[in-house]
Design a protein around this ligand. Sequence first.
Ligand SMILES: Nc1ncnc2c1ncn2[C@@H]1O[C@H](COP(=O)(O)OP(=O)(O)OP(=O)(O)O)[C@@H](O)[C@H]1O
Ligand SMILES: O=C(O)[C@@H](O)C(=O)CO
Length: 428
Amino acid sequence: MSRPLLGCIADDFTGATDLANNLVRNGMRTVQTIGVPTEPLNTDADAVVVALKSRTVPAQEAIAQSLEALRWLQAQGVQQIYFKYCSTFDSTAEGNIGPVTDALMDALGTSFTIATPAFPDNKRTVFKGYLFAGDVLLNESGMQHHPLTPMTDPNLVRVLQAQTRRKVGLIDHTVVARGEAAIRDRIEALKAEGVGMAIVDAVSNDDLMRMAPALKGLPLLTAGSGVAIGLPGNFGLAPSSQTSALPAAQGLRAIVSGSCSVATNAQVAHFIAQGGQALAIDPLRIASGDDVVAEALSWATARLAAGPVLVYSTAEPSAVQAIQGRLGVAAAGAMVEHTIAQVARGLVERGVRQLVVAGGETSGACVQALGLAQLRIGAQIDPGVPWCHGQSALAPEGLHITLKSGNFGTTDFFTKAFTQMSTTQVPA
Ligand SMILES: Nc1ncnc2c1ncn2[C@@H]1O[C@H](COP(=O)(O)OP(=O)(O)OP(=O)(O)O)[C@@H](O)[C@H]1O
Ligand SMILES: O=C(O)[C@@H](O)C(=O)CO
């Protein structure tokens, strides 16, 4: 069996499939593992993405999980490590992007790495160190209201500097525009100034492709998924449709959503407006001890045969804040995640084999509840969101699942995902 070339550590599960999607589309056979495997990799792959749920846990816990992933990836023989975080640089006030990067650099014995969440296909661009989401700065994009990681400062040099003991610098667009040699020169100059991490500007895929050759040989890269588009070429690999082939889809269809992001709110509203079968979960009823899971499953069981059902806790920022005020931010999040994950599990027990999950934290909880250990990555539905396929004791014959990041996907994503599955998925 060949050794994987690139070893990736993703800080959430939707982010992991987003990264795997970009690697697959650009020619790397990619396997995503749910958590750090206990056994060696048992299949041929050019890249392995270890999906952690470390974005919002305390920094020391995120470090421990990431170092465990690093050790496993090193044991598989990878040549380069990629730490994947969110394209909106989601982090708590204490971290975890800075602390985890510090720990990985120490463990790899490297004195320099880059940091860029740029993902132009999803309208995340970095210019002069400032992160834009769409046409607005990060802190005007809705991310300032995120339930767990509110982002109120768009200046990434400042955000990262507050999270690390290393000095943070900038490789700006004028350097990136001049390509590999200029970027390498700038890296050397920054190192000479004692800079350990540099935010890199990128406003287009061309910038990312120009950047990629200069990253060859760096032991550690830290980024959103965008940087991945240029990496397969560094290993002599080119795009191929075969890398995204999955088994044919079957079974009932459902959607669960615990994401409260702007895009998901619009997707839920669109699904309902189109006549979709949908049930809202009320966090206050969970907190008061009602059996919300059993109710949702009995509602869904009566409707699954008629088409996809949606079970959601998705709500607008004011409603989320009201719930958080009553229950506490962490408690509300954990309670809702647990409930949605149990609903997802019950749906699969009732024959759902095509499941859409919206929200990174929500996806983490669902994938764990479903007992999925490894996912193969299939065709892209929308930028950053592919269909995946995995096996578990609940679905030994396999289950198609897509893990949608909160702010990804067009408004009609939920219906589009199923349509795409039935019309365009290339069977393995
Ligand atoms: N109605 C609600 N009230 C309070 N908290 C909620 C509610 N609905 C969901 N949550 C919590 O909000 C958090 C949403 O985070 P999640 O990562 O799942 O979605 P997201 O942030 O939109 O997605 P991503 O991380 O991919 O951008 C979860 O912890 C979820 O349990
Ligand atoms: O990079 C992104 O925006 C996503 O892959 C993600 O990490 C959201 O959770």
